[in-house]
Design a protein around this ligand. Structure first.
Ligand code: FE
Ligand code: FE
Length: 273
C-alpha cells in the first residue's frame, strides 16, 4: 500500500482547511443530542427502501463529504481507493468488501433533510467524527471548543463522566452521534443474507469513532471484547485514511472484481435501506 505521511492527514489546524469543515463540526456538536439521536433512529431505521449495492455506490458519485479535510472527490472514489489498497495488501476478501462499502450509509442523503442534517447541503447528521451522546463530551473531540454548544452539556442527566451509562457496559451499548456508520451497520444487520464477519461489521460501525479508537476516550465504558474491537477498527483505519489520493477510478472498471465478493457475503438481492 502506498502510505502517505501521517501528518498530511486529518490536519484541522492548517489555514487551508476550509471554514466549511469547522462550520460542519460546530453544527454537529450543537445539534447531536441524546434526544436527536433517538429521533433519527426511529425515523431512518425503517429498512423499507430497496436498492442494490451497486446502485448505492453510484449514488455516492454525487456526494462530496464536507467533513473531510483531505479529499475533495465524490465519495465513491474514496471507497474504491480504500478497497484497492486492501486488495493490494492481500487482505481477506471480506475486508476488501468492507473497504468498498464502509461509507455507503451516506446514501441516507437521498431521503434526508436539511433539518435533520442528513442532506447534501447539511451533513452534520451524516458524516464526521462521532462521539457518545448521553455522557460528557471529551476534549479529544475535534474542535473541542464547540462542546459547550451542545444542550446536553447543561443537562445533569447527560453531562457527567458516565451519563446515562454504567461503567464497563461495552461500546455496543453506547448511543453514538447519528451518521452513516450506525445507519449502514443497522441496514447490514437487518439484511437477511449478510455473512460479513463480526470484525467487518465492527469496522463499519465504529470507523468514525475517533475519540474512542484514536484518542483513548471512553475507556470507562469498555468491556473485555472492546480491545479486540479497537484492534479491528484501527487495522481498518489505515485504509480509510492513508489511502486517500487524487487518483480517479471508474466504478464499472472495478465491478468485475468486487461484485462476486459482494454477492458472496451479501447475496444477490437488493439491500433494504
Ligand atoms: Fe466513513
Ligand atoms: Fe471512509
Amino acid at each position: 500500500m502506498e502510505v502517505a505521511e501521517k501528518k498530511e492527514f486529518r490536519n484541522y489546524d492548517q489555514s487551508d482547511v476550509t471554514a466549511a469543515v469547522r462550520e460542519h463540526y460546530r453544527k454537529m456538536r450543537m445539534n447531536q443530542t441524546y434526544d436527536y439521536v433517538q429521533r433519527m433512529k426511529a425515523k431512518y431505521l425503517t429498512f423499507d427502501k430497496p436498492m442494490s449495492l451497486w446502485d448505492a455506490m453510484g449514488k455516492l458519485n454525487a456526494l462530496i463529504d464536507v467533513s473531510d479535510p483531505d479529499l475533495n472527490l465524490p465519495n465513491v472514489q474514496h471507497l474504491i481507493q480504500s478497497a484497492e489498497a486492501l486488495r493490494e495488501d492481500k487482505r481477506p476478501d471480506w475486508m476488501q468488501l468492507v473497504g468498498l462499502i464502509h461509507d455507503l450509509g451516506k446514501v441516507m442523503y437521498l431521503w434526508g433533510s436539511d433539518e435533520d442534517g442528513t442532506s447534501q447541503d447539511e451533513q452534520w447528521g451524516l458524516v464526521g467524527d462521532i462521539f457518545v451522546v448521553g455522557a460528557k463530551l471529551p476534549d479529544t473531540c475535534v474542535y473541542p471548543e464547540f462542546n459547550k454548544l451542545n444542550a446536553d452539556m447543561n443537562d445533569p442527566r447527560y453531562n457527567t463522566e458516565n451519563g446515562v451509562y454504567e461503567p464497563g457496559c461495552g461500546i455496543d451499548n453506547l448511543q453514538l452521534a447519528w451518521g452513516h456508520d450506525e445507519y449502514f451497520f443497522q441496514v447490514l444487520k437487518n439484511h437477511p443474507t449478510n455473512t460479513i464477519p463480526e470484525a467487518g461489521m465492527t469496522m463499519v460501525r465504529y470507523h468514525s469513532f475517533y475519540p474512542w479508537h484514536n484518542e483513548g476516550s471512553y475507556s470507562q465504558f469498555e468491556a473485555e471484547k472492546d480491545q479486540q474491537y479497537k484492534e479491528w477498527v484501527l487495522d481498518f483505519n489505515k485504509y480509510d485514511l492513508y489511502t486517500k489520493s487524487p487518483k480517479i477510478y471508474d466504478l464499472d472498471e472495478v465491478k468485475d472484481y468486487y461484485l462476486p465478493i459482494a454477492e458472496k457475503y451479501l447475496g444477490k438481492g437488493p439491500i433494504y435501506w
